[in-house]
Ligand binder design. Structure first.
Ligand SMILES: [Zn+2]
Length: 232
């Protein structure tokens, strides 16, 4: 056992590793997902690849089962270590899905008031972890200009688009100009939020923008969805 392995073993003893999705204890930290969750991860069909209002977009998982539990725990459980694991899935997915190269990772921010209340911005944590895996810089490029209604309160796609129109402004032009950006968000519904961010980045001089989200959409009814107990 070399020094590094010993440190990992000692850490596992004092801080037993938990699965990022169900929160269950694991014997070894490994890749942060337990065998039970790994076997039921609801990957999107065809990588969730689509053209979203003119932007290439990919989505890793359906927003179902253990994914829904894991994201809920990340948002409300203040367990930001989960973002480390989820960000790795985002990075690997983006690298596999996009032929168009990107050189910088960025994220769709929540309004600063909400990130202060919560203590962190979950999309930023995901982007940071994804950038680490991809060995690329992660930069903040957007700010939320106004606190619009939560998108979850609106069902109509037109209302959702209108609600986020002009909601994002460039944060630092030097972080944007000439860059090929990978724009990260946690959950995508109609895509109007992430593409409003992408459009603001193009307007501010980004060379290109591709969008990647951790989860979005539900599997068809009838598909078996296994739920695990969640530890927050
Ligand atoms: Zn698990």
């Amino acid at each position: 056992m070399d020094g590094k392995e010993w440190v990992h073993t000692a850490l596992d003893l004092f801080f037993p590793p938990r699965c990022a999705f169900c929160g269950g204890l694991m014997e070894q930290s490994g890749n942060g997902v337990c065998a039970a969750c790994e076997s039921v991860l609801p990957y999107k069909k065809d990588g969730g690849v689509s053209d979203l209002n003119g932007f290439p977009s990919a989505v890793v998982f359906y927003y179902d089962g253990v994914i829904q539990d894991g994201i809920h725990a990340l948002k409300f459980g203040r367990k930001s270590w989960r973002a480390e694991v989820f960000g790795r899935y985002i990075a690997e997915h983006a690298a596999a899905c996009f032929s168009e190269p990107f050189d910088t990772v960025t994220f769709v921010p929540v309004h600063f008031k909400r990130s202060i209340e919560r203590g962190f911005d979950q999309a930023q944590l995901l982007a940071r972890s994804a950038a680490k895996t991809l060995r690329l810089p992660m930069l903040r490029t957007l700010r939320k200009a106004r606190s619009n209604l939560p998108q979850s309160t609106l069902n109509d796609p037109d209302q959702r688009r209108e609600n986020v129109k002009n909601a994002y402004r460039p944060f630092r032009p030097a972080h944007i100009r000439g860059r090929r950006l990978l724009l990260v968000d946690d959950v995508i519904t109609t895509g109007s939020t992430i593409t409003a961010g992408a459009a603001a980045l193009l307007d501010a001089g980004a060379k290109s923008v591709v969008c990647v989200s951790l989860a979005g959409g539900h599997r068809e009814r009838g598909a078996s969805i296994m739920r695990e107990s969640v530890v927050y």
